[in-house]
Design a protein around this ligand. Sequence first.
Ligand SMILES: [Fe+2]
Length: 125
Amino acid sequence: MFKQFEKAGEGAHAEKRKIADQVIDALTAHMWIEDHVLESIEEHHVVLWMLSELKDLDPAGERFDAKMSVLIENVRHHVEEEEKEWFPDVRKAMGRNRLTELGEEMQKAKKKARGEPLAVPSAKG
Ligand SMILES: [Fe+2]
């Protein structure tokens, strides 16, 4: 699109308008998605730390239920946000075949992804 724009003649106002609108759409989508991913990563970060604390917490202790409640609130919020604001765009952008493939890749990855919450990359930072 940038190349098209740069090649367009001085007076090609309609064409340049069209390209500019495409650039606006594409970059807005890009920024929007990236913002969402960053927010998701921050939420993952908090959840992973809570999971690592819960691992060693005595269920008879006074902090256990409170920590579980906050965890549940956090995860519900996170899931709602990802499912409502983010999945519809992903679904649109990827199409059915790519989504099926991604589902299979995730199933495979799930088998390996066990154990230590703080070993997950988004636990760091
Ligand atoms: Fe998530």
